[in-house]
Design a protein around this ligand. Structure first.
Ligand SMILES: Cc1cc2nc3c(=O)[nH]c(=O)nc-3n(C[C@H](O)[C@H](O)[C@H](O)COP(=O)(O)OP(=O)(O)OC[C@H]3O[C@@H](n4cnc5c(N)ncnc54)[C@H](O)[C@@H]3O)c2cc1C
Length: 454
Protein backbone atom coordinates (compact mmCIF):
# COMPACT_ATOMS: atom_id res chain seq x y z
CA UNK A 1 0.00 0.00 0.00
CA UNK A 2 1.66 3.26 -1.03
CA UNK A 3 -1.42 5.45 -1.19
CA UNK A 4 -4.56 5.68 0.85
CA UNK A 5 -6.75 2.74 -0.06
CA UNK A 6 -10.09 3.09 1.73
CA UNK A 7 -11.27 -0.15 3.31
CA UNK A 8 -7.76 -1.62 3.24
CA UNK A 9 -6.73 -3.58 6.35
CA UNK A 10 -3.29 -3.59 7.98
CA UNK A 11 -2.09 -5.03 11.29
CA UNK A 12 -1.60 -1.66 12.96
CA UNK A 13 -2.31 2.01 12.36
CA UNK A 14 -0.27 4.76 14.00
CA UNK A 15 -1.88 8.22 14.18
CA UNK A 16 0.68 11.06 14.14
CA UNK A 17 4.29 11.18 12.94
CA UNK A 18 6.31 12.77 15.75
CA UNK A 19 8.82 10.88 17.90
CA UNK A 20 6.26 8.59 19.55
CA UNK A 21 4.62 7.73 16.21
CA UNK A 22 7.88 7.10 14.39
CA UNK A 23 9.23 5.00 17.27
CA UNK A 24 6.04 2.90 17.27
CA UNK A 25 5.97 2.55 13.48
CA UNK A 26 9.60 1.53 13.26
CA UNK A 27 9.19 -1.06 16.02
CA UNK A 28 5.94 -2.49 14.61
CA UNK A 29 7.56 -2.90 11.21
CA UNK A 30 10.68 -4.43 12.78
CA UNK A 31 8.41 -6.85 14.68
CA UNK A 32 7.05 -8.00 11.32
CA UNK A 33 3.62 -6.32 11.37
CA UNK A 34 2.12 -4.43 8.47
CA UNK A 35 1.74 -0.83 9.61
CA UNK A 36 0.44 2.47 8.24
CA UNK A 37 1.42 5.80 9.82
CA UNK A 38 -1.03 8.63 9.08
CA UNK A 39 0.15 12.21 9.59
CA UNK A 40 -2.18 15.13 9.08
CA UNK A 41 0.51 17.64 8.14
CA UNK A 42 2.44 17.50 4.89
CA UNK A 43 5.64 16.88 6.87
CA UNK A 44 6.39 14.48 9.73
CA UNK A 45 8.00 15.72 12.94
CA UNK A 46 5.39 17.59 15.01
CA UNK A 47 6.67 19.17 18.22
CA UNK A 48 9.45 16.58 18.32
CA UNK A 49 11.20 18.18 15.35
CA UNK A 50 10.88 21.66 16.93
CA UNK A 51 12.13 20.52 20.32
CA UNK A 52 15.41 21.22 22.07
CA UNK A 53 16.34 17.52 21.90
CA UNK A 54 16.92 17.11 25.66
CA UNK A 55 16.20 13.59 26.96
CA UNK A 56 16.09 12.68 30.65
CA UNK A 57 17.87 9.31 31.04
CA UNK A 58 19.63 7.65 33.96
CA UNK A 59 22.63 5.35 34.16
CA UNK A 60 23.93 6.18 30.67
CA UNK A 61 27.41 5.84 29.25
CA UNK A 62 27.56 9.64 28.89
CA UNK A 63 26.86 10.07 32.62
CA UNK A 64 29.47 7.46 33.51
CA UNK A 65 32.06 9.16 31.28
CA UNK A 66 31.35 12.49 32.98
CA UNK A 67 31.51 10.93 36.46
CA UNK A 68 27.82 11.56 37.22
CA UNK A 69 26.26 9.07 39.62
CA UNK A 70 22.61 8.50 38.81
CA UNK A 71 20.27 5.56 39.23
CA UNK A 72 16.76 4.62 38.18
CA UNK A 73 15.69 5.07 41.81
CA UNK A 74 16.96 8.68 41.98
CA UNK A 75 15.36 9.38 38.58
CA UNK A 76 11.96 8.14 39.79
CA UNK A 77 12.29 9.98 43.12
CA UNK A 78 13.07 13.25 41.28
CA UNK A 79 10.06 12.78 38.98
CA UNK A 80 7.75 12.11 41.91
CA UNK A 81 9.08 15.17 43.73
CA UNK A 82 8.79 17.38 40.62
CA UNK A 83 5.25 16.18 40.00
CA UNK A 84 4.22 17.10 43.55
CA UNK A 85 3.25 13.49 44.25
CA UNK A 86 0.57 13.48 41.52
CA UNK A 87 2.42 11.40 38.90
CA UNK A 88 1.43 7.75 38.42
CA UNK A 89 4.30 5.77 39.94
CA UNK A 90 3.58 2.64 37.91
CA UNK A 91 4.08 4.58 34.69
CA UNK A 92 7.32 6.07 35.99
CA UNK A 93 8.65 2.67 36.98
CA UNK A 94 7.88 1.33 33.50
CA UNK A 95 9.59 4.39 31.99
CA UNK A 96 12.90 3.74 33.76
CA UNK A 97 12.63 -0.01 33.30
CA UNK A 98 12.24 0.36 29.53
CA UNK A 99 14.59 3.29 28.95
CA UNK A 100 17.14 0.75 27.70
CA UNK A 101 14.99 0.44 24.54
CA UNK A 102 15.25 4.17 23.97
CA UNK A 103 18.99 4.19 24.62
CA UNK A 104 19.42 1.36 22.10
CA UNK A 105 17.58 3.35 19.39
CA UNK A 106 19.67 6.46 20.10
CA UNK A 107 22.79 4.25 19.84
CA UNK A 108 21.66 2.85 16.48
CA UNK A 109 20.87 6.33 15.19
CA UNK A 110 24.29 7.54 16.46
CA UNK A 111 22.46 10.62 17.74
CA UNK A 112 24.26 11.19 21.06
CA UNK A 113 26.17 14.36 21.85
CA UNK A 114 28.40 14.94 24.89
CA UNK A 115 26.11 17.66 26.27
CA UNK A 116 24.86 16.67 29.71
CA UNK A 117 23.41 18.99 32.35
CA UNK A 118 21.22 19.44 35.38
CA UNK A 119 17.95 20.99 34.29
CA UNK A 120 14.45 21.59 35.63
CA UNK A 121 13.37 19.02 38.22
CA UNK A 122 16.74 17.18 38.43
CA UNK A 123 19.07 16.70 41.37
CA UNK A 124 21.90 15.39 39.15
CA UNK A 125 23.01 15.98 35.54
CA UNK A 126 20.50 13.85 33.62
CA UNK A 127 19.48 15.98 30.63
CA UNK A 128 21.19 14.50 27.56
CA UNK A 129 21.26 16.48 24.33
CA UNK A 130 20.33 14.19 21.44
CA UNK A 131 20.43 15.15 17.76
CA UNK A 132 16.69 14.88 17.52
CA UNK A 133 16.31 15.39 13.78
CA UNK A 134 18.85 12.65 13.10
CA UNK A 135 16.97 10.33 15.43
CA UNK A 136 13.64 11.10 13.72
CA UNK A 137 15.19 10.63 10.28
CA UNK A 138 16.72 7.31 11.34
CA UNK A 139 13.42 5.97 12.69
CA UNK A 140 11.56 6.94 9.52
CA UNK A 141 14.21 5.43 7.28
CA UNK A 142 14.28 2.14 9.19
CA UNK A 143 10.48 1.93 9.35
CA UNK A 144 10.15 2.36 5.59
CA UNK A 145 12.98 -0.10 4.98
CA UNK A 146 11.01 -2.67 7.00
CA UNK A 147 7.87 -2.08 4.93
CA UNK A 148 5.93 0.54 6.91
CA UNK A 149 3.74 2.83 4.86
CA UNK A 150 3.86 6.53 5.71
CA UNK A 151 0.91 8.63 4.63
CA UNK A 152 1.40 12.39 5.12
CA UNK A 153 -1.41 14.93 4.63
CA UNK A 154 -3.88 12.36 5.95
CA UNK A 155 -5.73 13.26 9.15
CA UNK A 156 -7.54 10.70 11.29
CA UNK A 157 -10.92 12.20 12.19
CA UNK A 158 -12.32 9.48 14.44
CA UNK A 159 -12.07 5.86 15.56
CA UNK A 160 -14.06 2.93 14.17
CA UNK A 161 -15.71 0.84 16.89
CA UNK A 162 -16.98 -2.64 16.11
CA UNK A 163 -17.94 -5.63 18.26
CA UNK A 164 -16.50 -4.16 21.46
CA UNK A 165 -13.16 -2.88 20.17
CA UNK A 166 -11.47 -0.18 18.13
CA UNK A 167 -10.82 -1.57 14.67
CA UNK A 168 -9.84 1.39 12.55
CA UNK A 169 -9.76 5.12 11.90
CA UNK A 170 -12.14 7.40 10.08
CA UNK A 171 -10.86 9.98 7.65
CA UNK A 172 -12.20 12.29 5.00
CA UNK A 173 -10.40 9.97 2.58
CA UNK A 174 -12.29 6.89 3.81
CA UNK A 175 -11.87 4.46 6.69
CA UNK A 176 -8.73 2.39 7.25
CA UNK A 177 -8.88 -0.83 9.28
CA UNK A 178 -6.40 -2.55 11.57
CA UNK A 179 -6.46 -6.17 12.82
CA UNK A 180 -4.23 -5.75 15.87
CA UNK A 181 -4.51 -2.17 17.13
CA UNK A 182 -4.54 1.58 16.71
CA UNK A 183 -1.77 3.61 18.36
CA UNK A 184 -2.59 7.26 19.04
CA UNK A 185 0.57 9.39 18.89
CA UNK A 186 -1.08 12.62 17.80
CA UNK A 187 0.65 14.90 20.32
CA UNK A 188 -0.93 17.34 22.74
CA UNK A 189 -3.35 20.25 22.51
CA UNK A 190 -1.03 23.26 22.75
CA UNK A 191 -2.58 24.61 19.54
CA UNK A 192 -6.18 24.25 20.66
CA UNK A 193 -7.44 27.43 22.35
CA UNK A 194 -10.75 25.64 22.94
CA UNK A 195 -9.24 22.75 24.96
CA UNK A 196 -6.84 25.04 26.84
CA UNK A 197 -9.76 27.26 27.82
CA UNK A 198 -11.70 24.18 28.91
CA UNK A 199 -9.01 22.41 30.96
CA UNK A 200 -6.67 25.19 32.11
CA UNK A 201 -8.34 28.59 31.68
CA UNK A 202 -5.68 30.19 33.91
CA UNK A 203 -3.08 29.23 31.24
CA UNK A 204 -5.07 30.38 28.22
CA UNK A 205 -3.02 33.61 27.91
CA UNK A 206 0.19 31.64 27.23
CA UNK A 207 1.60 32.03 23.72
CA UNK A 208 0.35 29.13 21.53
CA UNK A 209 3.33 27.03 20.45
CA UNK A 210 4.36 23.46 19.60
CA UNK A 211 3.57 21.49 16.44
CA UNK A 212 0.93 23.18 14.28
CA UNK A 213 -1.03 19.91 14.10
CA UNK A 214 -1.28 19.54 17.89
CA UNK A 215 -4.92 20.39 18.37
CA UNK A 216 -5.85 17.52 20.67
CA UNK A 217 -7.35 15.29 17.96
CA UNK A 218 -6.33 11.99 19.59
CA UNK A 219 -7.64 13.17 22.93
CA UNK A 220 -11.03 14.01 21.44
CA UNK A 221 -11.26 10.73 19.50
CA UNK A 222 -10.49 8.58 22.52
CA UNK A 223 -12.63 10.73 24.76
CA UNK A 224 -15.60 10.08 22.49
CA UNK A 225 -15.17 6.38 23.39
CA UNK A 226 -15.05 7.07 27.12
CA UNK A 227 -11.28 7.30 27.70
CA UNK A 228 -10.15 8.67 31.04
CA UNK A 229 -7.83 11.64 31.51
CA UNK A 230 -4.80 12.19 33.75
CA UNK A 231 -2.88 15.29 34.94
CA UNK A 232 -4.97 17.45 32.63
CA UNK A 233 -5.62 20.30 35.08
CA UNK A 234 -1.87 20.63 35.77
CA UNK A 235 -0.96 21.57 32.20
CA UNK A 236 1.23 24.69 32.24
CA UNK A 237 3.17 26.80 29.79
CA UNK A 238 6.96 27.04 29.68
CA UNK A 239 8.65 30.32 30.53
CA UNK A 240 11.51 31.49 28.39
CA UNK A 241 10.95 32.56 24.81
CA UNK A 242 10.57 35.91 23.05
CA UNK A 243 7.05 36.98 22.13
CA UNK A 244 8.15 37.16 18.44
CA UNK A 245 9.54 33.60 18.23
CA UNK A 246 8.69 32.09 14.84
CA UNK A 247 7.08 28.67 14.43
CA UNK A 248 10.28 27.13 13.08
CA UNK A 249 12.68 28.73 15.55
CA UNK A 250 13.77 27.09 18.79
CA UNK A 251 14.33 30.18 20.92
CA UNK A 252 13.85 29.02 24.49
CA UNK A 253 16.53 30.37 26.82
CA UNK A 254 16.97 29.56 30.52
CA UNK A 255 19.74 32.02 31.44
CA UNK A 256 18.27 31.87 34.95
CA UNK A 257 19.69 28.33 35.29
CA UNK A 258 23.12 29.83 34.45
CA UNK A 259 22.86 32.66 37.00
CA UNK A 260 20.37 35.25 35.68
CA UNK A 261 17.49 36.63 37.72
CA UNK A 262 13.96 37.27 36.46
CA UNK A 263 12.47 40.73 36.83
CA UNK A 264 9.02 41.86 35.77
CA UNK A 265 8.20 44.94 33.69
CA UNK A 266 8.51 47.03 36.89
CA UNK A 267 12.05 45.74 37.49
CA UNK A 268 11.07 43.60 40.50
CA UNK A 269 11.92 39.98 41.21
CA UNK A 270 8.91 37.82 42.01
CA UNK A 271 10.03 34.18 42.36
CA UNK A 272 12.80 31.62 42.96
CA UNK A 273 14.38 31.49 39.49
CA UNK A 274 15.76 27.98 40.02
CA UNK A 275 12.25 26.47 39.84
CA UNK A 276 11.05 24.36 36.88
CA UNK A 277 10.29 26.56 33.85
CA UNK A 278 6.70 25.29 34.06
CA UNK A 279 6.37 26.75 37.59
CA UNK A 280 8.03 29.93 36.32
CA UNK A 281 5.63 29.95 33.35
CA UNK A 282 2.63 30.16 35.69
CA UNK A 283 4.31 32.82 37.84
CA UNK A 284 5.08 34.97 34.79
CA UNK A 285 1.46 34.80 33.59
CA UNK A 286 0.56 36.60 36.84
CA UNK A 287 3.02 39.47 36.26
CA UNK A 288 2.35 42.86 34.61
CA UNK A 289 2.30 42.49 30.80
CA UNK A 290 2.64 38.71 31.38
CA UNK A 291 6.39 38.81 30.74
CA UNK A 292 9.72 38.80 32.57
CA UNK A 293 13.25 39.82 31.63
CA UNK A 294 16.13 37.39 32.23
CA UNK A 295 18.77 39.80 33.57
CA UNK A 296 22.44 38.87 33.75
CA UNK A 297 25.99 40.14 33.36
CA UNK A 298 29.02 39.28 31.26
CA UNK A 299 30.01 36.41 33.59
CA UNK A 300 26.73 34.61 32.87
CA UNK A 301 26.88 35.67 29.20
CA UNK A 302 30.20 33.79 28.95
CA UNK A 303 28.38 30.58 29.99
CA UNK A 304 26.38 30.60 26.75
CA UNK A 305 26.70 27.49 24.60
CA UNK A 306 26.21 28.20 20.91
CA UNK A 307 24.01 25.57 19.27
CA UNK A 308 22.86 24.12 22.60
CA UNK A 309 19.10 24.67 23.11
CA UNK A 310 18.17 26.55 26.32
CA UNK A 311 21.73 27.95 26.67
CA UNK A 312 22.36 29.53 23.24
CA UNK A 313 22.61 33.32 23.70
CA UNK A 314 24.48 33.83 20.39
CA UNK A 315 21.41 32.75 18.44
CA UNK A 316 19.20 35.08 20.46
CA UNK A 317 21.60 37.95 19.82
CA UNK A 318 21.56 37.15 16.07
CA UNK A 319 17.77 37.33 16.14
CA UNK A 320 18.01 40.80 17.71
CA UNK A 321 16.21 39.70 20.88
CA UNK A 322 19.02 40.23 23.43
CA UNK A 323 19.23 43.72 24.96
CA UNK A 324 22.61 44.89 26.26
CA UNK A 325 23.95 48.02 27.94
CA UNK A 326 27.20 49.13 29.63
CA UNK A 327 25.53 49.84 32.99
CA UNK A 328 22.46 48.62 34.87
CA UNK A 329 21.05 52.16 34.71
CA UNK A 330 21.36 52.16 30.91
CA UNK A 331 19.82 48.67 30.70
CA UNK A 332 16.92 49.77 32.85
CA UNK A 333 16.38 52.74 30.51
CA UNK A 334 16.45 50.45 27.43
CA UNK A 335 13.84 48.18 29.01
CA UNK A 336 11.56 51.04 30.05
CA UNK A 337 11.79 50.07 33.74
CA UNK A 338 11.00 52.91 36.21
CA UNK A 339 14.18 54.75 37.31
CA UNK A 340 16.42 53.04 39.84
CA UNK A 341 14.33 49.89 40.38
CA UNK A 342 16.52 47.45 38.44
CA UNK A 343 19.64 48.67 40.23
CA UNK A 344 17.88 48.28 43.60
CA UNK A 345 16.67 44.76 42.70
CA UNK A 346 20.11 43.62 41.53
CA UNK A 347 21.75 45.22 44.60
CA UNK A 348 19.46 43.28 46.96
CA UNK A 349 20.01 40.05 45.02
CA UNK A 350 23.79 40.48 45.15
CA UNK A 351 23.58 40.93 48.92
CA UNK A 352 21.78 37.62 49.28
CA UNK A 353 24.30 35.89 46.98
CA UNK A 354 27.13 37.17 49.18
CA UNK A 355 25.33 35.83 52.26
CA UNK A 356 24.60 39.25 53.82
CA UNK A 357 20.85 38.59 53.78
CA UNK A 358 18.48 35.70 53.06
CA UNK A 359 17.04 35.60 49.57
CA UNK A 360 13.48 36.96 49.61
CA UNK A 361 12.26 34.12 47.42
CA UNK A 362 14.35 31.37 48.94
CA UNK A 363 16.68 30.88 45.99
CA UNK A 364 19.69 28.81 47.01
CA UNK A 365 20.99 27.44 43.68
CA UNK A 366 21.08 27.87 39.92
CA UNK A 367 18.57 25.17 39.04
CA UNK A 368 16.39 23.11 41.35
CA UNK A 369 18.59 24.14 44.28
CA UNK A 370 21.75 22.86 42.54
CA UNK A 371 24.74 25.04 41.48
CA UNK A 372 26.45 28.08 43.02
CA UNK A 373 24.85 31.50 42.61
CA UNK A 374 26.89 34.39 41.19
CA UNK A 375 26.43 38.16 41.73
CA UNK A 376 25.30 40.28 38.79
CA UNK A 377 28.06 42.89 38.76
CA UNK A 378 30.36 42.65 35.74
CA UNK A 379 29.54 44.92 32.77
CA UNK A 380 28.15 44.77 30.17
CA UNK A 381 24.67 43.81 31.35
CA UNK A 382 22.04 41.91 29.40
CA UNK A 383 18.31 41.26 29.34
CA UNK A 384 16.21 38.76 27.43
CA UNK A 385 12.52 39.73 27.49
CA UNK A 386 10.53 36.50 27.49
CA UNK A 387 7.00 35.19 27.88
CA UNK A 388 5.27 31.93 28.76
CA UNK A 389 4.67 29.67 25.76
CA UNK A 390 2.40 26.63 25.62
CA UNK A 391 5.09 24.37 24.15
CA UNK A 392 3.57 21.11 25.28
CA UNK A 393 0.59 19.90 27.28
CA UNK A 394 1.76 17.21 29.64
CA UNK A 395 -1.69 15.97 30.73
CA UNK A 396 -3.75 13.69 28.52
CA UNK A 397 -5.25 10.23 28.08
CA UNK A 398 -5.23 7.78 30.95
CA UNK A 399 -3.15 4.70 30.13
CA UNK A 400 -1.71 1.71 31.94
CA UNK A 401 2.01 0.90 31.66
CA UNK A 402 1.58 -1.30 28.56
CA UNK A 403 0.06 1.83 26.83
CA UNK A 404 -3.53 0.52 26.67
CA UNK A 405 -5.97 3.43 26.89
CA UNK A 406 -8.32 3.00 29.84
CA UNK A 407 -11.57 4.51 31.06
CA UNK A 408 -11.71 6.31 34.43
CA UNK A 409 -12.73 3.00 36.04
CA UNK A 410 -9.53 1.40 34.77
CA UNK A 411 -11.12 -0.88 32.15
CA UNK A 412 -9.31 -1.08 28.82
CA UNK A 413 -10.67 0.24 25.56
CA UNK A 414 -9.77 -2.80 23.51
CA UNK A 415 -7.68 -2.18 20.43
CA UNK A 416 -6.66 1.35 21.48
CA UNK A 417 -3.14 2.33 22.61
CA UNK A 418 -1.50 5.72 23.09
CA UNK A 419 1.99 7.13 23.56
CA UNK A 420 3.77 10.48 23.71
CA UNK A 421 2.28 13.84 24.54
CA UNK A 422 -1.31 12.67 24.00
CA UNK A 423 -0.90 10.69 27.24
CA UNK A 424 -1.09 11.98 30.83
CA UNK A 425 -0.02 10.51 34.16
CA UNK A 426 3.77 10.78 33.92
CA UNK A 427 4.35 14.32 35.06
CA UNK A 428 1.80 15.12 37.75
CA UNK A 429 1.83 18.78 38.74
CA UNK A 430 5.02 19.80 36.96
CA UNK A 431 7.66 18.70 34.54
CA UNK A 432 11.28 17.59 34.48
CA UNK A 433 13.27 18.67 31.40
CA UNK A 434 13.60 15.89 28.86
CA UNK A 435 10.87 13.62 30.16
CA UNK A 436 8.50 14.44 27.26
CA UNK A 437 10.89 13.15 24.61
CA UNK A 438 11.98 10.18 26.73
CA UNK A 439 8.35 9.27 27.34
CA UNK A 440 7.56 9.57 23.61
CA UNK A 441 10.44 7.27 22.58
CA UNK A 442 10.10 4.71 25.37
CA UNK A 443 6.34 4.35 25.12
CA UNK A 444 6.18 4.52 21.32
CA UNK A 445 8.30 1.35 21.40
CA UNK A 446 6.27 -0.09 24.27
CA UNK A 447 2.99 0.44 22.39
CA UNK A 448 4.40 -1.39 19.38
CA UNK A 449 5.46 -4.35 21.53
CA UNK A 450 2.06 -4.47 23.24
CA UNK A 451 0.21 -4.46 19.90
CA UNK A 452 2.57 -7.13 18.59
CA UNK A 453 1.93 -9.39 21.58
CA UNK A 454 -1.81 -9.00 20.88
C1 LIG B 1 10.02 24.47 21.33
C2 LIG B 1 9.87 23.16 22.05
C3 LIG B 1 10.95 22.62 22.73
C4 LIG B 1 10.82 21.42 23.42
N1 LIG B 1 11.94 20.88 23.97
C5 LIG B 1 11.84 19.68 24.60
C6 LIG B 1 13.01 19.04 25.08
O1 LIG B 1 14.14 19.51 24.90
N2 LIG B 1 12.84 17.86 25.76
C7 LIG B 1 11.62 17.28 25.95
O2 LIG B 1 11.54 16.23 26.57
N3 LIG B 1 10.51 17.85 25.44
C8 LIG B 1 10.59 19.01 24.75
N4 LIG B 1 9.47 19.56 24.19
C9 LIG B 1 8.22 18.78 24.24
C10 LIG B 1 8.34 17.60 23.28
O3 LIG B 1 8.93 18.04 22.08
C11 LIG B 1 6.98 16.96 22.96
O4 LIG B 1 6.24 16.69 24.11
C12 LIG B 1 7.21 15.64 22.20
O5 LIG B 1 8.02 15.87 21.06
C13 LIG B 1 5.88 15.04 21.77
O6 LIG B 1 6.11 13.96 20.89
P1 LIG B 1 4.88 13.24 20.22
O7 LIG B 1 5.43 12.27 19.25
O8 LIG B 1 3.94 12.77 21.25
O9 LIG B 1 4.10 14.42 19.47
P2 LIG B 1 4.54 15.31 18.24
O10 LIG B 1 5.99 15.26 17.99
O11 LIG B 1 3.94 16.65 18.41
O12 LIG B 1 3.82 14.57 17.00
C14 LIG B 1 2.45 14.50 16.89
C15 LIG B 1 2.08 14.43 15.42
O13 LIG B 1 0.71 14.02 15.27
C16 LIG B 1 0.15 14.74 14.18
N5 LIG B 1 -1.32 14.71 14.30
C17 LIG B 1 -2.10 15.42 15.16
N6 LIG B 1 -3.40 15.12 14.96
C18 LIG B 1 -3.44 14.20 13.96
C19 LIG B 1 -4.51 13.53 13.28
N7 LIG B 1 -5.78 13.75 13.58
N8 LIG B 1 -4.21 12.66 12.30
C20 LIG B 1 -2.91 12.43 11.95
N9 LIG B 1 -1.86 13.07 12.54
C21 LIG B 1 -2.12 13.93 13.53
C22 LIG B 1 0.76 16.12 14.34
O14 LIG B 1 0.66 16.87 13.16
C23 LIG B 1 2.21 15.77 14.71
O15 LIG B 1 3.02 15.63 13.57
C24 LIG B 1 9.57 20.74 23.46
C25 LIG B 1 8.48 21.26 22.76
C26 LIG B 1 8.63 22.45 22.04
C27 LIG B 1 7.47 22.95 21.24
Amino acid sequence: MTTWEPGREVDAIVVGGGLAGLAATRRLAANGLSVALVEKRERLGGSSAMSGGWFALSGTAVQRRMGVEDTDEIFVADMIETGGGFADEELLLRLVERQAHAIAEIDRAAAWTDELKVSAGMTVARAHLIRIRELLGFLEHEAVADGAVILPSRAADGLVWDAGRVVGIRSALGDLHARAGIVLTSGGFSRSPELLELFVPHQAAAMPYGGIGNTGDGLRMAWALGAGLADIGHVAGTYGQHADTGDDEHELLTANYLGAILVNARGERFTDESESYKVLGSAVLGQPERMAHQVFDSVVRARSKPGVPLSDMERIEELGHLVSAPTLAALEHELGIPGGQLERTVGQYNESVSGRRDDRFGRTGLVNGVGTLVPIETAPFYAYPAVTAMTSTFGGLKVVPDTSVVRMDGTRIDGLYAAGEVVGGFHGASYMTGTALTKALVFGIEAADTVTRG
